[in-house]
Ligand binder design. Structure first.
Ligand SMILES: Nc1nc2c(ncn2[C@@H]2O[C@H](COP(=O)(O)OP(=O)(O)OP(=O)(O)O)[C@@H](O)[C@H]2O)c(=O)[nH]1
Ligand SMILES: [Mg+2]
Length: 634
């Protein structure tokens, strides 16, 4: 059996869930097309998704295509749930990036496309909603070429665009005009193809070359259509069949895979969604899962009690999971989302997107629920580790990390519906970071002059790194100069201690090097090394000094010209830094940067001052040093 794990990605409301529904209908899996608006789709299955009409969690559904099992992964588009998209991205063989023919390319579309390109995921584009008023074709194609990639090939054209009877006419390679466009695009992407073309233009197989370039992630066919009327969707399916299956040899051997979703079954047992890269998983199999904890890799054992693979739609069947497939695996009691199965090599080394930049204190409405709330939050973290429940030192209550206000609502609803706990939140605040200002070194040597009672020689150096580079730890000594246990003790302590810098925020964008080591046979313990490492880090941080930085978003806002003053006043109050501004007779445009913390307030106020006509788009940009006295955490 061959598998194609196909992600449907897009900005919010582009029509991913509707398209997933339509693909299932066309494949004969469902006999009625469900609708997002009435909460009857296959993939928006959570109560909250149905009520709000948005996707919150990635969901898998399957259909058969010429002997190929296609596992469709419908992902959320709202930026608050980007972590779900990130996890899906790690398991895809191909993707359909949906763009709305009306709203066009959005900030999120660009972020997703860039990431797919960087990962080399073969990607088709689907321009949806051609039946809606205001749908565009030619100038939207220009936007796609300019904002996403010039290596695009429109695969059809729309008749009657913008109306309910809009229909899509696919192009054929036999059509000379289309063949010419295809050759032009394909020769630009391959010197060999260009040479072959110059040699003998008639011998070329454009379609095979297109498939090869799509599979290499360097060319992207563009399909037009409507998930609601079904126009153009058959051509998209045909495109998936022809261009996407990436020939690969799924290796046999011990199972290796990635957990990209964790569900809690009816009896509370965990169900892990595993994308198998290698080997098979059968019941009673003993599996080892790996996870990064404080910079070190931890492993857990578990025994599989049940395995199901996706068969038709949302239905799964009990089976031995084959290489390349997605399986629901039961019995792994310790499993968490993001775990690697079978090999620590399969562990992701870093995120594609910035982790949450906001946090909020959450407290139970009824103080008696304090302990159940802690337990519930830990359970949520198994499904979304980035929520990272932790004790807020100032309020001594639990705090969670968030991408935004919609996610906050989702957390509240989940706690209420799944755990029966009503909660209140404190106001959301930004998570700052600290960057070391200078290089600093420190050394602790065993001997009569040692500064602490611990039997350990440790030398450390901290060096500022590039903004956004994260925290890196490395050895500038021979690996063999310390035992594994002592080496790990130092590394873990570096990660643990640097979670709180001089002002209480995590220290990052720097490199820490182990520059000297020494120990005495059995006398030196891991505790000695932990204590000395913590002591030295403290000394070094004080010497290096740190700069507190806050998360900042870029933004763009369009508004009716007459409301300009009110808009600028609101942006000013939000500490915005305006970079560009112009207006026509009817419309004003402003772009710039503002603290992430202020984004929600601006989003809330704009409709009131612009009669609901403002268009506001924003995304995380970077961390910037704060002016004045840095805020202290906790
Ligand atoms: N007219 C028209 N409406 C569409 C089409 N596709 C989706 N919609 C509507 O657009 C809205 C959003 O559709 P969804 O399928 O939920 O979009 P989504 O991309 O899954 O949204 P999120 O998961 O929340 O990011 C719904 O009201 C749909 O009915 C289409 O092709 N034509
Ligand atoms: Mg959706």
């Amino acid at each position: 059996m061959s598998y194609l794990n196909l992600g449907i990605l897009a900005h919010v409301d582009a029509g991913k869930t509707s398209l997933t529904e339509r693909l299932l209908y066309d494949a004969g899996i469902i006999d009625r097309v469900g609708s997002v608006d009435s909460g009857s789709t296959q993939t928006d299955s959570m109560d909250l998704e149905r009520r709000r009409g948005i996707t919150i969690q990635s969901a898998v559904v399957a259909f058969q295509l010429d002997g190929l099992t296609v596992n469709l992964i419908d992902t959320p588009g709202h930026t608050d749930f980007i972590a779900e998209v990130e996890r899906a991205l790690r398991v895809l063989d191909g993707a359909v990036l949906v763009v709305s023919a009306v709203e066009g390319v959005q900030a999120q579309t660009r972020v997703l496309f860039r990431t797919l390109e960087r990962l080399g995921v073969p990607t088709l584009l689907f321009v949806n909603k051609v039946d809606r008023r205001g749908a565009r074709e030619a100038d939207l194609l220009d936007d796609l070429a300019e904002m996403l990639s010039p290596r695009l090939l429109p695969m059809g054209t729309v008749r009657g665009i913008g109306g309910g009877d809009a229909a899509v006419e696919p192009f054929a390679f036999a059509d000379p005009a289309f063949a010419e466009r295809a050759v032009e695009m394909l020769t630009a992407g391959s010197d060999e193809f260009l040479a072959a073309y110059l040699d003998d233009p008639d011998s070329l197989d454009c379609e095979a070359e297109l498939a090869a370039q799509v599979r290499a992630g360097t060319a992207h066919p563009v399909f037009f259509g409507s998930a609601v009327t079904g126009a153009g969707v058959a051509a998209l399916t045909e495109g998936v069949r022809r261009y996407l299956p990436v020939p690969r040899r799924d290796a046999e051997g011990a199972p290796v895979g990635t957990v990209f979703k964790v569900e809690h079954g009816a009896a509370g047992q965990k169900v892990a969604y595993v994308r198998l890269r290698q080997g098979r998983i059968a019941p009673r199999e003993q599996l080892t899962t790996f996870r990064r904890v404080d910079g070190a890799v931890a492993s857990f054992e578990g025994k599989v009690t049940g395995v199901e693979v996706f068969a038709t739609g949302t239905e799964t069947v009990m089976a031995v999971a084959e290489p390349g497939s997605i399986a629901k695996v039961k019995g792994l009691t310790e499993v968490r989302i993001g775990d690697a199965i079978g090999s620590e090599e399969a562990l992701a080394s870093g995120g594609f997107f910035t982790p949450p930049t906001l946090e909020t204190v959450v407290r139970p409405a009824d103080p008696k629920d304090r302990i159940p709330l802690n337990r519930a939050l830990l359970s949520l973290a198994e499904r979304d580790p980035l929520v990272d429940p932790h004790l807020d030192e100032l309020s001594e209550e639990m705090a969670v990390r968030l991408y935004g206000e919609v996610q906050k609502e989702v957390v509240a609803s989940l706690l209420d519906e799944e755990f029966g706990i009503a909660v209140e939140f404190e106001e959301t605040r930004a998570i700052h970071i600290e960057r070391p200002l200078r290089t600093a070194e420190a050394l602790h040597e065993m001997g009569p002059w040692q500064q602490t009672p611990h039997l350990a020689t440790v030398g450390l150096r901290i060096e500022p790194g590039e903004p956004g580079s994260g925290l890196h730890y490395g050895l500038a000594v021979e690996r063999g100069s310390l035992t594994r246990a002592l080496r790990n003790a130092v590394e873990e302590t570096v990660h643990k201690v640097l979670k709180r810098g001089l002002y209480g925020w995590a220290v990052t964008d720097c490199r820490v090097l182990l520059t000297a080591t020494g120990y005495i046979g059995k006398a030196s313990t891991a505790n000695d090394f932990r204590a000395v490492t913590a002591f030295l880090l403290d000394v070094m941080l004080k010497e290096a000094g740190t700069e507190v930085c806050e998360p900042v978003n870029s933004f763009h806002v369009e508004f009716p010209a007459g409301t300009g003053n009110a808009v600028l006043k609101t942006l000013g109050e939000a500490r915005s830094n305006i970079k560009g501004q112009f207006s026509t007779e009817t419309t004003g445009y402003v772009s710039g940067f503002m603290p992430t913390e202020a984004v929600h307030g601006v989003e809330r106020r704009l409709p009131g001052i612009t009669e609901g006509l403002a268009l506001f788009t924003t995304e995380f940009a970077e961390y910037r040093p704060v002016y004045g006295t840095p805020p202290r955490r906790g």
